[in-house]
Design a protein around this ligand. Structure first.
Ligand code: FES
Length: 153
């Protein structure tokens, strides 16, 4: 979708609403996959906010991205139940495999790794979500199988 159209549609959809910033940002990210930082001035002006206020909200919420995501999104749960059964080691494995030092997008643009704090699947920890699909009791071998399947698709 065209960037300007997506931003205009999001602003129009929430025009006059109190607390419109969060729904506007969500709509833009849903449409574009990220919030283009070069358009923060437009968003701020339309909502009668400062650019710093908009930037502050985007920075505060981990869900918002200011760069285009990879073709696939891997969310790794970092909350307590998953930590207790090895999510840190699983994350290290995922980052190593994808050539990353921290959550982000692999150099080939294939996979974006993100931290999340509980996927609601604590009974089957460690949990990950790949392209919106929840997977439980994921170990390194299972994660490799999921990533191998992506490479074959
Ligand atoms: S703590 Fe990981 S799914 Fe709830």
């Amino acid at each position: 979708m065209d960037t300007t159209l997506a931003i205009t549609a999001a602003l129009d959809a929430h025009q006059g609403e109190a607390g419109a910033l969060l729904p506007v940002l969500h709509d833009i990210q849903d449409a574009l996959g990220f919030i283009p930082p070069q358009h923060l001035d437009v968003i701020a002006a339309a909502l009668n906010l400062s650019r710093a206020e908009v930037h502050g909200v985007i920075s505060f919420y981990h869900d918002f991205r200011t760069e285009p995501p990879g073709r696939h999104r891997l969310k790794l749960c970092r909350a307590e139940a998953c930590q207790a059964v090895g999510s840190s080691a699983l994350q290290d494995h995922a980052l190593r495999r994808l050539g990353l030092k921290a959550p982000g997008t692999s150099a080939n643009g294939a996979v974006t790794v993100e931290h999340v704090y509980c996927l609601g699947n604590c009974a089957l920890s460690p949990a990950v979500m790949l392209d919106g699909q929840l997977h439980g009791m994921v170990d390194a071998a299972r994660l490799d199988a999921l990533l191998d399947a992506l490479e074959r698709s």
